[in-house]
Design a protein around this ligand. Sequence first.
Ligand SMILES: [Zn+2]
Length: 411
Amino acid sequence: MSSQNKCPDCGSLEIVEDSHYSQNQLVCADCGFILTEGLLTTTFADEEHLQEVTYSRSTGQKEQQSRCLQRGIKRVRDLCKILRLPSLFEDTAVTYYQQAIKRPCFGLISLERKEIIVGCCVFVTCRQHNWPLTMATICLLLYANKELFARTYLRFLKELAIDVPVLSLIDLVKTHLSSFKLCQKAPSIPPKFVEDKEQLVARTVQMVELASETWLVTGRHPIPIVTAAAYLAWQSLRPVDRLTCTLSQFCKLAGTDVPQPAHLRLKELHNILLQMSSQLGWLRVLKVNRKTVVKYVGDLLQHRRVLLRAAFRVVESTEGYGADGSAAEAPQRLIEENNDSHPEEEQNCGSKRAPLLPPCILNPAKKLRTPDTNPEDSAVTGDEGISDREIEQYIRTPEEKEMFSKAQACL
Ligand SMILES: [Zn+2]
């Protein structure tokens, strides 16, 4: 190979290999001209002249930035391995990381936020493959602040223009329940509380689907719903022994935390089940209540589509929503309708059907917002005169000044 080389400086053919800092170089034996230095002469035009090209010139990137990128890529790969994701995910997440770091807005952010970007890449990849990873898990692994993560995540989605599918609840049920200790026999768990995992998952999935169809899922955190659904499913699979076990006890046995809103979700699910049971003649006779309805969950779930259609009236949500801010009127009207129907419904056991609406519309926590724009307010142009009296009320009087300076002196 060296015999073909010719020194560009003196034209000598005496080219020898010389090792310099563990890198082999081709050096002219006559004049000492260095023909190659390392192996970095791959892309640049100087290659023809066999001259050294620095790393940054050959790649067009500053070494400093690149080191940071390499570190980030390694973190992405590590995180994927810790989460035991398929290797395909790893490459996608790395691609996202490379794209994100190139953006000017993410180029100069703090290391903490760069670490969050690592999490965002993995999180987005999981979502796109319907892999049930929650934001809380990522935050836990990265020791990241949840609010900062959420903020960065939204920015990340916007910058990269990524479309993210919503979390697949069914997959989440499977992974969340696999951590439950109730599915294996253990000395700490009474035998009557041990449940077959397949059966528990199947019924919980049905419960979650029911919740989803009755507006209990949209806009809510998924884990509390899954927890409440799993509890109901578990109870209903052996009601005689498990009716007395509360949600908190259930979570303790399962070895998970009770997410705060799970109790509310449970109450909402109970209400839906009661509404559905009012459609079945034999359950109406039994006068089921919140506690006993659990016994019939199997029956109710089996016919859930028919029962839901019979128990609830579908509300055209868009009706009455005007473009000129009259939107607030529509829920108000629906609630009045609902309140009117309520006593009647209790007497006749569902002869008049309740509307199928999200709980936040059926039970608004506060008084409904009145439209902000009064017609009188909007008439103000901003060109009106301002009287001196109006301005003077914002200026301290001499007495007030004196009192203020006295108070400051005391401090
Ligand atoms: Zn030479």
